[in-house]
Design a protein around this ligand. Sequence first.
Ligand code: PLP
Length: 442
Amino acid sequence: MDTTEFRLRGKEMVDYMCEYMDTLAARRVTPHVEPGYLRPLLPAEAPQDAETWDNIMADVESKIMPGAASPACTELETIVLDWLGKAIGLPNEFLAFSEGSKGGGVIQTSASECVLVTMLAARAQAIKRLKQQHPFVEEGILLSKLMAYCSKEAHSCVEKAAMICFVKLRILEPDDKCALRGATLRQAMEEDEAMGLIPFFVSTTLGTTSCCSFDNLQEIGPVCAKFPAVWLHVDAAYAGNAFICPELKPLLNGIHWADSFNTNLNKWMLVNFDCSTMWVRDRIRLTSALVVDPLYLQHGYSNSTIDYRHWGVPLSRRFRSLKIWFVMRSYGIKGLQAYVRHHCQLAKQFEQLVRQDNRFENDDTGASKVPVRFRHLDTMVRLNTRRESSNYSRSSASPSLSPEGQDNSCLSAKSADSSRKSADSNREIGSRSPRRSPTPQS
Ligand code: PLP
């Protein structure tokens, strides 16, 4: 849409809203549709080709408005997240309307919230399981045994989630391609388990913030599967959008091992902020951590419909699926693929320009180039921001880091030390039983 059409459509939209206000008295207070009304009215997949604005608006009037805010708001969210999940190549288990699936997608406010919510769910699952095994041990003690994992390249939101969840986080060293490897994770989990700690959550990243590296899901998945009920999350906050292109889908290999996945459409799919999409393999495992059901929120459809208030922190929800629906239809899958491909080409072109430019020089590894003028600055920044010596972070026993840049390594070391000291008391609780092995995606 160019600016000429944007002006026109924007003015039409104001007219549409005013017309709605002027005819309010003649409209129904409650919709006349039943939950589940929308799915038969919409295609099961996003269109391949772009559609006209007039077509989409006609559907707003005939399909969305009769369902008003409810149930249309919920139903369109489930439908478009299935569209998108299919388009980026998530396994069928993550799609709400796939035969036999227990999963589905939801829109959250941010990737940080997606990581937090999945960690909360994993924590609830782990505590529930431990309480069954150790009914007389206090929950606080069980909580102090839980250990989450991520790579040094993971986004800081994993650390923040661990801080909020009051669990320990072990931050692992990636390989020379900045990817977390299965062997590193296995060794850490085994060491912790030997100390009586309980691995319960692993957050991997596909497309890390600083260098777009990819953790090795194909190695990490089987490692997680060897530990009872470890929740494997995949944070693909920006790179996840690129999986809409078939040639980039191999970067998603190993996703069949994951319990949850998130990507931000507001980062790279032309949807304005905020729009973080998240999918889970088993929605009951997610919602069981978050259900609170007072009388004034109960309704007669709780067994037959999705109730997104149980999928995250907020109760009230915006109609964010509308903007995904508009974008996916206005561009079509082909248009969105072209957009991502164009950016990848621009990145390659930029790489060429940097390589040819003698104002840049190779960094210490020879793998990338940095500006000569900024070389020392760059090194300083990296030294200050990377968690160079941190291994363990965040513990229920250790205080939080100050945003002003308190020394991470000191707290991390303390946390590691306190973890080791409590190892003896931990050993009794960390017993094992086998975990599910997922069906590989065909
Ligand atoms: N994860 C990754 C890989 C990111 O790149 C970012 C942001 O840049 C985040 C998480 C946090 O995203 P948000 O601002 O939506 O919380």
